[in-house]
Design a protein. Structure first.
Length: 254
């Protein structure tokens, strides 16, 4: 395979819309434009001998938008078939990959990503939930928060409170094996914000009524179930607020 690496600002010499290649994804392009504005990394695009873009059409358009130099690899024997094969096996970075990477780069003995890794393993929680608990005191985390996490800017806001909530979840575990499911954690976090909610009372009633616990498919069902357990034997009954958008419209972050 013949190839060489070159650099140019002559964007018009390339043909980005090659027959058989994937179309430009506007959302992905806008994301790449935003990333390159803050942190330009010259990741080469791949073109054939006709300068048709086989891989990297979004990078090309983002470089063109910011008038940044384009690094490219010229290969005279690649076809769309090879690019399809490469794209089919490329694995995106997971949340765990970011934790592993930033943890290794930390100068502190117990930096934010080291604490996140410890917390996730100690309490057996999904990383997404650990980030929400540690970084945002259990509040909904949006895409901007996740972007900061992926840039290495995670901050631990209240480790003492996060540890107490983690210990509470471990006390739930003997009575409900799905204690660490995302939906259950989101629901209980919302209830925990209400001054009428008591962790000791919930645990006491859970121990008595654990046979009524079941695995649910969404946050609302978990919320209803946890509220029911809390109200078992209670007079009057407590109806907890369902204001937070992550209770009514929760979708896992990626």
């Amino acid at each position: 395979m013949k190839k060489s690496i070159r650099v140019t600002k002559n964007y018009d010499q390339f043909t980005s819309q090659v027959k058989g290649n994937r179309p430009i994804n506007i959302g992905h392009l806008e994301k790449m434009i935003k990333i390159m504005k803050d942190d330009y990394i010259p990741n080469p695009i791949i073109v054939n001998s006709k300068l048709e873009v086989m891989d990297g059409q979004h990078r090309l358009e983002a470089c063109k938008h910011h008038q940044l130099p384009v690094y490219y690899i010229v290969t005279d024997d690649w076809e769309i078939k090879q690019i399809q094969t490469i794209n089919s096996v490329v694995r995106k970075w997971t949340l765990a990959d970011y934790v592993h990477s930033f943890k290794a780069l930390e100068n502190k003995l117990a930096g934010a990503y080291t604490q996140l890794d410890w917390y996730t393993k100690k309490y057996g929680l999904p990383l997404e939930c650990s980030i929400m608990i540690l970084h945002n005191n259990g509040n909904y985390i949006n895409k901007d928060v996740l972007d900061q996490f992926k840039k290495g800017n995670l901050q631990i806001n209240d480790l003492k409170w996060a540890t107490s909530f983690g210990n509470f979840l471990l006390k739930v575990k003997p009575f409900f094996k799905y204690y660490n499911s995302r939906g259950f954690i989101h629901a209980v976090l919302q209830m925990d914000k209400d001054h009428r909610f008591s962790r000791p009372v919930f645990l006491k009633r859970l121990e008595i009524n654990s046979m009524k616990m079941r695995r649910c498919t969404n946050v609302i069902d978990y919320f209803d179930m946890a509220e029911y357990i809390f109200n078992c034997g209670a007079r009057p009954k407590v109806q907890f607020e369902r204001k937070e958008k992550w209770v009514t419209g929760y979708k896992p972050l990626r």
